[in-house]
Ligand binder design. Structure first.
Ligand SMILES: [Zn+2]
Length: 243
């Protein structure tokens, strides 16, 4: 094969590798998008859960307060009944017994009223917590919308680029053709998708082992397909791979 042909084979190999490298990057990027989308949705659902929890706490406190208020009414009516009875008792024993009931009822009312006051104070805190969680949810909703929009745009762009790059890749593969393509694909399969690497300061850009001067010269002249002695990848000169 003539030198110029070998030069174009090396250039085509470098180009194919560059396109395949970009495709691997795009696949990684596209593959990561569902996870990033899920993280945004989890953030949103956490904020919405926090609001629900704040509302639930407030409702539970309000329910407890209403129950206590009903209890107070009930005890008050019992106490009123005792007071009426006390007005018409005949014996000291009955009088003392009713007094004890009245005293106990008064204590229970006072304890329940203290708890109602605590709960009323908590209601203000609860309202604050609901308001805070509501604002946080609103902020998260607009942030999520924005982030999901960006993610959709990123995904669309990456997928369009992948389609375009796949087309270019297939053309480049067809141009390379035959044996060099088979060789490229074989090395790529066993070397993490990287068959062609640049020569970097007389070292292999894939495994970083030193390349002997003879092979460095051959790589630079692109007069043949040069393999790294250690990893077997095809070596190309810096400019060829960069183009
Ligand atoms: Zn190597």
């Amino acid at each position: 094969m003539a030198d110029t042909d070998m030069k174009s084979v090396n250039t085509a190999l470098a180009r194919l590798q560059s396109l395949d490298g970009r495709l691997m990057e795009l696949d990684r990027q596209i593959g990561g998008i569902p996870g990033r989308r899920a993280a945004i949705e989890a953030r949103l659902s956490e904020a919405s859960g926090a609001l629900e929890a704040a509302k639930g706490g407030a409702e539970a406190d309000a329910a407890t307060r209403r129950k206590l208020e009903r209890e107070i009414e009930q005890i008050e009516s019992e106490r009123a009944k005792y007071l009426t009875q006390r007005a018409s008792v005949k014996s000291n024993r009955e009088f003392d017994a009713l007094n004890a009931e009245i005293e106990q009822a008064t204590e229970r009312i006072s304890a329940a009223e203290d708890r109602v006051l605590d709960l009323l104070e908590r209601e203000t805190e609860n309202e604050g917590a609901i308001e805070h969680a509501g604002r946080a949810l609103q902020a998260e909703e607009s942030r999520s919308r924005e982030d999901l929009g960006k993610l959709d745009a990123e995904q669309a762009a990456a997928e369009a680029e992948r389609t375009e790059t796949t087309g270019a890749r297939n053309e480049a593969a067809a141009e390379l053709g035959g044996k060099p393509l088979a060789l490229y694909e074989r090395i790529r399969r066993t070397r993490d998708g990287v068959a062609v690497v640049q020569l970097v300061n007389a070292s292999c850009g894939g495994c970083y082992q030193a390349v002997p001067p003879q092979k460095v010269a051959e790589t630079r002249s692109a007069s043949k397909i040069v393999h790294c002695e250690y990893c077997g990848r095809i070596l190309v000169k810096h400019e060829a791979a960069a183009s």
